[in-house]
Write a new protein. Structure first.
Length: 261
């Protein structure tokens, strides 16, 4: 942990473009989430299928609450109100923990709700559980490293960008898949055959945003931060595990057991 905790001495803490970059990333996150969920829910309203378990609404409120919190924290740093930023930090950590619990419960209950319908796919729990594991662990690491600003803010940003896969998956990915054609990942019988379709469908756009953080550091610092490298490696490890699990028969049986079937 010490190698990650210490901000590298040759890694500049600040750059004149930092404030503009972080504000731009906040705007992008809001755009992805609101367009994705807005697109999906507008169509559900039109089709008369706007029905969700109660926990989905609670989860959505917590999710939006996180985006508001993250935005306010970025703005506080932007305006150099660091003491207020730190004061609200622990509240954000508590909210993140609540989101993880709600995310797991929502994943299970929505699959219970969808069981037996064309939208039901218990194997998909591996993806939703992975999202919560990555988000929660990155936030925990960011809080442990909050005394080291360059590590802290990169982990917080990557953790938030991880959540954009939910927005991308509701409009951009289906649209892109329709454009490029080809089989959907759930049509493949094995991970060896479906690995790339799975990653492209589930994670690729979010990783493009995450990569933008690294490219920004390369452009402004000429190097990547160790915490960023470790965080992205952890994301890839967990997401690849989620993809591998999705195609395993034992996981299908276990996931069906989790939702009571």
């Amino acid at each position: 942990m010490s190698s990650l905790a210490a901000d590298p001495k040759d890694f500049p803490q600040r750059h004149s473009s930092d404030r503009a970059f972080h504000l731009a990333m906040v705007i992008v996150v809001w755009a992805v989430i609101t367009s994705g969920f807005g697109y999906k829910n507008i169509h559900k309203l039109i089709d008369g299928t706007f029905t969700y378990p109660w926990i989905v609404h609670v989860h959505a409120a917590a999710f939006v609450g996180w985006l508001v919190f993250f935005t306010l924290q970025v703005l506080l740093v932007r305006h150099r109100k660091l003491s207020t930023h730190r004061t609200w930090g622990m509240a954000g950590a508590a909210l993140a923990g609540t989101m993880v619990v709600l995310g797991v419960l929502t994943a299970v209950l929505t699959e219970v709700f969808k069981f037996g319908t064309p939208d039901g796919d218990a194997r998909y729990l591996s993806v939703m559980f992975a999202d919560m594991l990555v988000f929660g662990s990155l936030i925990a690491a960011a809080m442990l490293l909050r005394s080291y600003p360059s590590a802290h803010k990169r982990l917080m940003l990557v953790a938030t960008l991880v959540l954009t896969d939910a927005g991308f998956g509701r409009w951009f990915i289906p649209t892109l898949s329709a454009w490029i054609g080809g089989r959907n990942f759930w049509e493949f019988p094995t991970f060896a055959e479906g690995a790339w379709p799975f990653f492209r469908h589930q994670y690729l756009p979010a990783y493009v945003l995450i990569a933008a953080v690294g490219l920004f550091d390369l452009a402004t610092r000429r190097r990547l931060h160790p915490a960023y490298i470790a965080g992205v490696a952890w994301c890839l490890l967990v997401d690849l595990l989620a993809g591998w699990l999705y195609f395993q028969p034992f996981w299908n049986n276990l996931a069906l057991g989790i939702i009571g079937h």
